[in-house]
Ligand binder design. Structure first.
Ligand code: XIL
Length: 737
């Protein structure tokens, strides 16, 4: 008899288990919620599912300010009312979402008819009216409100998100919103809601803000953890840590927007790819496991967690796109393995998978702006929001001429300020190496659209500057600019238009050629490269021969520097067009300066380079170009370390070069030069910010000793390319005369 009873009972039990729903299983722990659109509550099958599984509902969009209150005195209640009425009819409680948010907000509240910020008191009056109207309408059915959504930043130095709300009010708008909400409905439980809430840094910032507000009497009752997770994180410990932290400052915690992506993105930013992953059995298992983990932690904290809400009913509704497979119900509202794991409180079966390495194809697509066709788009960048006016700074910024085609940043203004904008939405810190002496560059600030912006603290010197970015400690180039070979690598560059820029401007004049020459170097057993400038008249007359200037770059640079950032060819073309110089050839090759550490010049003899230059390149040039192949028609000059090479090599090989030029590269003293007749011209220069007295003094000494010496000081510039462009301009007019 006993046996029979047992057999009969089994199927009944099984039925009971499957008849149980999420809300029943967790009845003693917390409410089970779901976010809905008006469409969900119009569909009978979906209504059944909602009624069966859930006892708390949030409007996905219908109660956001932009939906309800798109302009002053315009209220659109229809969709919100439809969802609220469904809940009223079915005895389902509602969470209100949301009253203040930087997205989907009634932006008109912040601005006057001319688009300027209103006085914050005007904004508060509008906000109060909004909050009270909305809360009063749904008082009977809404038990909790997300009063303020996402006011904390995702990185950068400011813990607060620098939204328009923050720009107008600082953090006071948070306090005001909670006060207005409390006044409207003293019984509603009032939440601060945010995403990435298990991130160690952000959770600290959320905690500190709530603590500060509560100590000032601001009625924040609870913290909403959005819970936009993925199968790679957060870990149970991270969720547990966040809950432990939050419960020290509030009595109520709601998981407000739970979903779990199968790609590696996370958070509530309205900017993401809609790509998911192929839904294999292992992906299904990982999803189930991650749901199991987080529910395990939520249950552990059931003393404070009083509601867990899924963000959308089934995958077909998900804001993340169905390919992300994020919910317990699939696109046909069928329960997944994840649903079973949640409901049966199963432990995770496998360990958490390792986060996949970023897929370069996807990144490429993202760079091209490929963020899902239909999904929420990134807000358009508005410079007036990102760069509030600064006293004394003229708002006449234009893209730097060194930018890549179409790139709007970096920019420069007529006073010489430089302005940067870098897209790095996940970064914590972005610094531009360029700034003002000793201040360690310009720290950028994260702005409302996730990009980082900043303006130099003062005007920069005229001319060209190398720079780079430091993003979270890593050195990177600014993708806005072309690259210039600078500190032993290709670096970003920016050009502050110089008042005398005409002499290197690209003009409608005859242009010479800069050609790449590959020559075999026996001493280094390799093919080496030089760039050779030939003037516009070169080759026009088959017999005409030209003098040659061997022109060296500085440390960290290479043979590309003089024509790329130095504009040596344009300087020559312009001078020739104006009849100010006798046309000559310029040869620019790599001076092997980067093989020694900067500063370690003690043992630098330039002997290797001397061989390449004098014994290999000079003969090559003389046999391949129409040169005047004698010492008096051959000059050598160099900037910075290229100047040091020039000095050493010209003194060691007086038979090869007849004129010498040192540009910010030291100076000759009369005693250095054995035979006065060995040199026709000595040119020495530097910027006025580079101890010009030494150049002036040594030039005087050389002149006094009977040398044909010329000194030149570039006004207002330092050890940078404008000094050297100007120096070449001066020197070229003196050479080979
Ligand atoms: C999302 C909705 O799901 C989308 O339909 C809408 O286009 C954008 O907003 N954090 C929040 C929610 O607080 O309001 C967001 O909802 C998702 C991120």
């Amino acid at each position: 008899m006993k046996k029979i009873v047992f057999v009969l009972l089994l199927p009944v039990l099984a039925l009971q288990v499957s008849a149980q729903s999420l809300k029943d299983v967790f009845a003693k722990d917390f409410l089970m919620g779901v976010s809905l659109s008006g469409r969900n509550v119009r569909n009978v099958a979906e209504q059944d599912l909602i009624r069966k599984e859930f006892n708390s509902v949030t409007c996905e969009n219908a109660m956001k300010p932009a939906s309800l209150h798109p302009s002053p005195n315009v209220w659109r209640w229809e969709e919100a009312d439809r969802i609220a009425n469904f809940c009223r009819e079915n005895g389902i409680k509602m969470r209100g979402h949301c009253l203040v948010w930087h997205n989907q907000f009634s932006d008109w509240m912040l601005y006057d008819e001319n688009g300027n910020f209103v006085d914050k008191e005007v904004f508060y009056a509008r906000l109060k009216d909004h909050i009270q109207t909305v809360m009063n309408r749904y008082k009977d059915v809404i038990y909790a409100w997300d009063v303020v959504n996402e006011a904390m930043s995702d990185g950068g130095t400011n813990p607060y998100r620098e939204s328009k709300l923050y720009q107008l009010c600082g953090d006071e708008f948070i306090a005001k919103a909670f006060q207005f909400a409390r006044e409207a409905d003293p019984k509603a439980v009032l939440f601060y809601n945010d995403y990435n809430e298990c991130d160690r840094r952000k959770s600290r910032n959320i905690y500190n803000m709530v603590l500060k507000m509560r100590s000032n009497g601001v009625p924040i009752d609870g913290i909403g953890m959005q819970g936009h997770y993925n199968i790679y994180g957060p870990t149970e410990k991270e969720v547990d840590d966040a809950l432990n932290l939050y419960k020290t400052v509030v009595k109520h915690i709601h998981v407000t927007e739970l979903d779990i992506r199968v790609n590696a993105e996370m958070g509530g930013q309205l900017r993401f790819s809609r790509e998911g992953a192929a839904v294999t059995d292992s992906v299904k298992q990982h999803l189930a496991d991650q749901y199991a983990r987080v529910f395990n932690v939520f249950r552990k904290h059931k003393d404070v967690v009083d509601c867990v809400t899924f963000w959308n009913l089934g995958d077909r509704d998900s804001w993340l796109g169905a390919a992300n497979y994020p919910l317990p119900f699939d696109s046909e509202y069928k329960p997944k393995l994840a649903y079973e794991y949640i409901k049966d409180m199963k432990p995770a079966k496998w360990a958490m998978p390792d986060k996949p390495k970023p897929d370069p194809n996807r990144q490429r697509q993202q760079r091209r702006g490929g963020f899902g066709g239909f999904g929420p788009q990134k807000p358009p960048f508005k410079p007036e929001l990102a760069f509030p006016e600064m006293p004394g700074i003229k708002e006449d910024f234009v893209p730097s001429e060194m930018n890549q085609p179409g790139q709007q940043y970096p920019q420069v203004n007529s006073q010489g300020y430089a302005r940067f904008r870098v897209e790095a939405p996940e970064a914590q810190e972005v610094v531009v190496s360029l700034g003002l002496g000793g201040q360690g560059g310009t720290k950028l600030k994260k702005t409302y659209d996730g990009s980082w912006v900043g303006t130099t603290a003062g005007p920069m010197d005229e001319g060209f500057h190398y720079y780079h970015l430091t993003v979270d400690g890593g050195t990177l180039n600014d993708p806005g600019t072309n690259n210039y070979y600078g500190s032993t690598r290709w670096e970003s560059g920016i050009e502050i238009p110089a008042h005398d820029r005409d002499f290197y401007a690209m003009k409608n004049v005859p242009h010479g050629f800069v050609q790449q020459v590959l020559f075999w170097s026996e001493s280094t057993k390799q093919c080496r490269r030089a760039f050779v400038y030939t003037p516009p008249s070169y080759g026009k007359n088959a017999k005409e021969r030209f003098p040659v200037l061997y022109l060296q770059h500085g440390w960290g640079e290479d043979e590309t520097a003089w024509s790329n950032q130095g504009h040596a060819n344009l300087i020559m073309d312009n001078l020739i067009a104006e009849g100010k110089v006798k046309p000559f050839i310029i040869v620019m090759t790599y001076g092997m300066t980067n093989e020694i550490q900067f500063g370690g010049l003690g043992g630098f003899t330039a002997e290797g380079f001397e061989k390449v230059l004098v014994d290999e390149l000079v003969p090559y040039i003389d046999s391949h170009f129409m040169t005047k192949a004698d010492k008096w028609n051959r000059a050598m000059a160099g900037l910075s370390m290229g100047g040091m090479e020039t000095k050493t090599i010209t003194l060691r090989r007086p038979e090869v070069f007849g004129s010498y030029g040192l540009l910010s590269g030291g100076q000759y003293e009369p005693a250095d030069i054995k035979d006065k007749k060995q040199v026709k011209l000595i040119f020495q220069s530097c910027g006025s910010k580079e101890q010009p007295d030494r150049i002036k003094q040594s030039t005087e000494n050389l002149k006094a000793a009977g040398f044909n010496a010329h000194g030149y000081i570039s006004e207002g510039t330092a050890h940078e390319f404008l000094t050297w462009r100007r120096s070449l301009y001066q020197m070229a007019q003196l050479l080979f005369k």
